[in-house]
Design a protein around this ligand. Sequence first.
Ligand code: GLN
Length: 294
Amino acid sequence: MTLREFIVEAEGRIGSDSSWLDTIVLTEWASGIRRERLLAELSRPLDAVLESDAAVRLDEAIGKRAAGVPVAYITGSREFYGRLFAVNPAVLIPRPETELLVERALEAAEKRAAALMRSVTIHDLCTGSGCVAVSLAAELHRDAYSVSMSDISSAALEVALDNARSLLGYDLDAWVSDLGLLHPPRRFDVVTANPPYLSSSETRNVLSKGWGEPPNALDGGADGFEMLQRLARGAPATINPGGTLLVECAPNQVERLMSVMYEGGFQDVYSYQDLSGADRVVAGEVFGGTDHDS
Ligand code: GLN
């Protein structure tokens, strides 16, 4: 069997929309051979290209993918904002659209830094793999910004802490918390969140396709809006006057989220579009002036 024949067969076994790319990524991962070289060796016998232990690893990986396990859980990592994050089934796999949350939070943090005479505090709620918190910490100067993160799941927080340590070389402050709301009041200048915002039926639907991600990272209640609502109502208590909340949501939730934020005491509420042109992030400032002493 040639490598080409193997790939065609694996694609058939996987049977997903992305089965060609999935097969290539898994072959790269199992063999340690980059795709440029693999593609140049398509006509060679499989056993001349892959070592036997790599072939076994690959066969197992294709089997898992065919059973619906996401590629990122098989390889144990996913790229986000230019860095490779460790992931496991305790965390949501970082999505490309969430990079928009990072971009907007960087802008908000830099704007805040220009207005304050002290270091800017940033907190990422529902941090999961830590992809947002760690990207922010990596992009901002450590002396001028202090980033922390929380999640309701301690298993997720472990993944986030590992990512902080390996990608930043230092620990980020992190704690288990339900939307940061039950915690003794602590206020931040910038709060980010990518909370669960699918409806329960959407969640069941994606999980039944073997998505394999933690339901509590996706399920935002009957209409998908429960966590967004709690967050929009509760967040002002955790944000300094003049500070900013930035939240990812589904495009059809943007208007409702913006109005709940206005009702909850936010001013200057904006929405931002992701690369596919869909409204994806809502940001609002908490009413109040510049505080120099909190
Ligand atoms: N954007 C994710 C999806 O559609 C949902 C993530 C979330 O609920 N935070 O798969």
